[in-house]
Design a protein around this ligand. Structure first.
Ligand code: FAD
Ligand code: EPU
Length: 349
């Protein structure tokens, strides 16, 4: 290890001290990190995990920073995952595509769409990296990561040992996995493999996709059509983090028992809801928040997005605390009106 100004190098990895995390989180919250290291290979990560530098250090594994809200400076080491690479193995009509944790999720989707590998086109334009995709089992427009996930490789932080996780190991649920529960903060994912199809089976069950295809006069969509349509819908509804800070849906859609649902539904028959299986019902959190008068509301430097009340935004100079306090206000107001407590989807730090 040798120092250069506020940087030092440990073999393959450059460390920086006291750096701003503003460019590294899509909420654009101006906090700083004590140490910051960017990792470009599994071997560099393995070496880092063996080094004294990370012992007794609070760690944050960072992808694209698109599902985080920083409420204070980070007094530890941020490990930014930038492992590149995409490869595939063809098995008849199926293909196993493996991508490095640092690959930008939408670049991975575009790669698959261009090669005619079906399965991830409905997940077009979700921000972030491949490595983070299993953490909350990303989902959109009728597809979840679990529908295409094959396995992932990860290092255990405590031991530096490598382990593979299969589908069952990950215990995926709605915006949930083992990495958010029992194994929270314990593993660093280095690559993810996906089982995709070379014979397109298009999933257009989501109403908005069908409507847009009809508008475009497309009767027999390809996966490229689905990808284009999903991207179009997303751009019309969601704020672009490069112009207005946000982390997508700030809360999960609440999933409640059927009898609890019936009680609310009697009072609010227009309540937007969907069957969630096992006698449960999913409520549209965006609707609950809008009904409380929050849609498009601006409070200081924060607020909700004008086209989607579930998305909290930074109007430029918001602090993480300000966004967090506003989210408390929303949770309390929705609970008082509907008796449902919203749960945050974004990771709070
Ligand atoms: P980060 O925000 O960097 O990290 C998220 C969590 O994963 C943190 O706990 C972090 O420590 C952990 N982590 C990251 N990488 C690794 C790794 N390699 N190993 C171990 N842990 C890791 N999500 C959806 O599911 N569906 C959507 O439709 C959707 N739309 C969005 C729209 C917008 C405009 C935005 C800003 C966000 C949206 N999101 C959506 C949320 C976000 O895109 C996903 O959660 C994404 O997977 C986060 O990836 P990331 O690389 O930015 O993760
Ligand atoms: N709605 C309102 N007002 C609003 C927003 C929504 O009334 O301000 C109602 C509408 O009836 C609308 C329904 O809620 O039809 C559902 O809205 P939308 O289709 O926008 O989806 P969502 O449930 O709000 C979820 C995900 C998104 C994902 C979309 C599309 C969660 C927490 N969010 O949003 O994921 O892109 O479906 O599948 O499940 C994310 O996780 O960051 C994210 C953006």
């Amino acid at each position: 290890m040798y120092p250069i100004a506020n940087q030092f190098i440990l073999s393959m990895t450059i460390f920086q001290e006291n750096i701003s995390l503003k460019p590294y989180n899509t909420f654009s919250i101006p906090v700083s990190s004590h140490y910051f290291a960017e990792v470009f290979s599994s071997s560099a990560l393995e070496e880092l995990l063996k080094s004294e530098l990370i012992k007794e250090q609070q760690l944050l594994i960072l992808g694209g920073g698109s599902n985080l809200l920083f409420t204070k400076d980070f007094d530890g080491l941020v490990i930014k995952m930038s492992i590149p690479g995409i490869s595939e193995e063809i098995h008849g009509d199926e293909v196993i595509v493996t991508a490095g944790a640092g690959v930008v999720w939408n670049d991975f989707v575009n790669y698959c769409v261009q090669k005619g590998f079906a399965g991830v086109e409905n997940l077009s334009l979700i921000p972030g990296t491949v490595g983070a995709s299993p953490i909350q089992n990303i989902g959109a427009y009728g597809v979840e990561l679990k529908d295409v996930f094959e396995s992932c490789s990860a290092y255990e932080i405590a031991t530096g040992k490598r382990r593979s996780f299969n589908h069952q190991d990950c215990r995926f649920g709605y915006r949930d996995s083992i990495f958010k529960n029992e194994l929270k903060g314990q593993y660093i994912i280095t690559e993810v493999s996906f089982r995709l199809s070379r014979v397109a089976s298009i999933n257009t069950q989501y109403g908005a996709i069908q409507e847009e295809l009809v508008k475009r006069g497309i009767a027999h969509p390809t996966i490229a059509d689905v990808s284009a349509v999903v991207s179009h819908i997303r751009v019309s509804k969601l704020p672009d983090p490069s112009t207005i800070g946000n982390a997508g849906s700030f809360f999960k859609n609440p999933v409640i028992e059927e009898d609890a649902f019936q009680k609310i539904f009697e009072k609010f028959p227009e309540l937007v809801h969907y069957p969630a299986g096992n006698g449960k019902v999913k409520l549209a959190a965006g609707w609950l928040i809008e009904q409380c008068g929050f849609k498009g509301k601006v409070v200081g430097q924060t607020g909700t997005w004008k086209n989607q009340a579930l998305v909290l935004v930074n109007h430029g100079q918001a602090s993480g605390q300000e966004v967090y306090s506003f989210s408390e206000n929303i949770i309390d107001t929705v609970a008082a009106r509907f008796g449902v407590r919203l749960e945050r989807e974004v990771n709070i730090l």
